[in-house]
Write a protein that binds this ligand. Sequence first.
Ligand SMILES: Nc1ncnc2c1ncn2[C@@H]1O[C@H](COP(=O)(O)OP(=O)(O)OP(=O)(O)O)[C@@H](O)[C@H]1O
Ligand SMILES: [Mg+2]
Length: 218
Amino acid sequence: MSIRLRDVSFWYGEKKILDRISLEVREKEHIGILGGSGSGKSTLLKLLSGLYTVKEGSATVAGEGTTEGIRKKVAMVMQTPGLFPLSIRENITCGHPIAEEKIWEAVRAAQLEEWVKGLPDGLDSLVGERGGNISGGQAQRIAIARAIAKDAPVVLLDEPTSALDGETADALLRAMECLTEGKTVIHVTHREETIGNYDRILVLKEGKLFEKESVSGI
Ligand SMILES: Nc1ncnc2c1ncn2[C@@H]1O[C@H](COP(=O)(O)OP(=O)(O)OP(=O)(O)O)[C@@H](O)[C@H]1O
Ligand SMILES: [Mg+2]
């Protein structure tokens, strides 16, 4: 099993967000999770990525039971890419020693090769404060290149295609196919069309996780 949650609960202060959630995900399975705004989708991914610790219950991800172990086995792409005001290269490697060829493989898979090769400083071009020198779609694909370069067995996606126009979204979707192929994937979203071809679709509602068929009114 790639992911195993047992009776996991989580709350911020007094407010319970996740209420005894259990989930088993097989290796390389692609799971979509639907849920309205504020239903706890991002919170669930933060637990699965080892950013937060479960308050009750247990979480095992890629065989790891500690947040430190989990963080090494998971690559996450968030709604807003969160780039550093450094070079494209540094945004992809995050300071890890990654071979030049591997970086270019990730750039290619993320549909960024043509653009990066056309820049005067190539991979060493600066993305600027808050990604100021680049478009939203390019920023998101740099975040995807970072996740591809990490080559982690588990990929977590938090609405990575929202708020982008049609043409950009096409390149983004191709990049995401490269990122998710052969990996265990959890993709949370409030838009069902982005997870149409996934193996299983679940729904997060009122702190509980359901199989989609058993839920109405979402
Ligand atoms: N750091 C925090 N401290 C306190 N409350 C929080 C924190 N982060 C989120 N919440 C609250 O927890 C609930 C779930 O938030 P979460 O971000 O997980 O929802 P979401 O399903 O990802 O929503 P969206 O679709 O808008 O991204 C919300 O009510 C939110 O206000
Ligand atoms: Mg969210």
